[in-house]
Design a protein around this ligand. Structure first.
Ligand SMILES: [Zn+2]
Length: 185
């Protein structure tokens, strides 16, 4: 399937979700987006940071009777984590069959001390998404991140018009202030 067609599929799915009330957080916030997608789909999504085993994918989505669990590599940059989570959300949003785990495995996966071992176990006995599904999820991740950064740009360029600072401006001012207060060496 060509990329233009893939993009169309993802945009159509996002438009559908937007009609159901889904808003992409600006600036991009993976945890907030997971919460919103969970609300929208009526299936909570739990995010767990894990040291993923060597040679394994950076992210893994599991389905339980009580919603999804997205495990992602915790030992990488924030930008990379955002991308991994957006990609996994892509699988969820596009209804790709995800790995099903029973409640006991899910509960163990959510326990910090057992997580790495459980991820290993799950990876060892489950198959993988098809190449087509991987491409779709990657396209969805790209669109989600693009949209968040486009809206962030737009928000930055819009004057606040005296009704208070936007979140971004407030953060910027906080950083500036912080910078000014730092002693100079
Ligand atoms: Zn994938």
């Amino acid at each position: 399937m060509n990329l233009a067609r893939l993009r169309q599929i993802c945009l159509a799915r996002l438009a559908e979700l937007r009609d159901q009330g889904l808003r992409i957080p600006t600036p991009f916030d993976a945890a907030a987006l997971c919460a919103r997608v969970g609300d929208c789909l009526g299936q909570p999504i739990r995010l767990v940071g894990v040291p993923m085993p060597a040679g394994a994918p950076f992210g893994l989505t599991l389905f339980t009777d009580n919603g999804h669990i997205i495990a992602y590599e915790q030992g990488t940059s924030r930008v990379h984590q955002d991308h991994i989570i957006a990609h996994e959300l892509g699988h969820v949003l596009l209804d790709h069959r995800s790995y099903a785990v029973d409640d006991e495995t899910a509960a163990q996966l959510l326990m910090p001390t057992l997580r790495p071992a459980m991820v290993h176990q799950v990876l060892n006995r489950t198959g993988a998404y098809s190449r087509q599904e991987e491409q779709e999820a990657e396209m969805m991740a790209t669109i989600l991140l693009e949209e968040a950064s486009r809206r962030e740009e737009a928000r930055r360029s819009v004057s606040t018009g005296g009704d208070g600072l936007s979140e971004t401006d407030a953060a910027l001012y906080a950083r500036l202030r912080h910078g000014l207060e730092q002693p100079h060496h």
